[in-house]
Design a protein around this ligand. Sequence first.
Ligand SMILES: [Zn+2]
Ligand SMILES: [Zn+2]
Length: 397
Amino acid sequence: MADDVLSHAATLSERTIDFRRRLHRRPEIGLQLPGTQGAILTEIADLGLDVRKGTSTTSVVAVLEGASDGPTVLLRGDMDALPLTENTGLDFASEIDGTMHACGHDTHVAMLAGAARLLSDRRADIAGRVVFMFQPGEEGFHGARYMLDEGLLDATGARPSGAFALHITSTFASGTINTRPGPLLASADTIRLTVQGKGGHASAPHYANDPIPVACEIVIALQTMVTRRIDIFDPAVVTIAHVTAGTTDNVIPPTAELEGTIRALSAETRSRVHELVRQVAEGIGAAHGMQVELEIVAGYPVTVNDGDFASSVHAIAGELLGADRSSVMKTPIMGAEDWSYVLQEVPGAMAFLGACPPDLDPDTAPGNHSNLVVFDEAALATGVATYAAVALDVLSR
Ligand SMILES: [Zn+2]
Ligand SMILES: [Zn+2]
């Protein structure tokens, strides 16, 4: 079966690459991606799928009904681009200034459409259903949550027994599949904090109440908090990445503002860090007679791969591509994904598809979110085959 799926995907390679390039030229940002949605609907129109468009976003849910009854499997590709100007010099580079498919979601859409075509060709052998989830708004817009709220998991009447997503990356060798059981990606929450002092003349701080040293103390104390109070084997990252205060050299400002991110690999550590950030920031403010206003904006939860599911993805990819092209990642990555919302509901996994151009080194190649990132399109057939093989495996259980 394995060789067969890979060669089948190879026959779709030209079409997949062509579709990807068309998407790449016309990137869209956020939850409303009408051009991308239209392109998907056209690309899958001849496959005989039951297609539904989202109501709150421009998502597409397409269901392939197999020839006989069986389980349901969900496959996902996200659709959105990022606000940056492409500088790759590719002949199919973005035609929209300030917008670029720098996270490779164009490749995800094209590979998912390729998998839909491959599996449709095999409908006669399929017992069960495949749900293809084309999702807008992954880059911070919680697009997956909108789709879940609209009944994604009940699209066929039967809940999926497995769910799988790929993410392309230039930081792994081309044509490799890389995943791990358990936490794969971190949770990501935003800290917004204002230290309320009292402004005055810089020469007479005792008549004012200077928020700047207090804000600095908070930045340092948060790092001490992370190393002294968080279990090193269930780690967290707290980064203050944005500091604003003051206007000139001889005025003490009334306030100082800090912004940053909290990353964690378990729900427990995530909520513990929230609690401790508040304790540290408010406590240091109080020690200096200042109020601290703190807002923690919840972003994506931890992306946790089901252990058995991730192991079977690893095994399937090994069979499909050769053992040397399927790896178990030693550590998670501290980025975040809204695929986490789906994995909270359905046992499943995400895997990284390596697509470093062959003339570059995965350790130094421009990465996802860079305006220079380039993905090796030869990897797209590997992605199509992996989507299809994982789906067929879930359906055969
Ligand atoms: Zn991204
Ligand atoms: Zn992404």
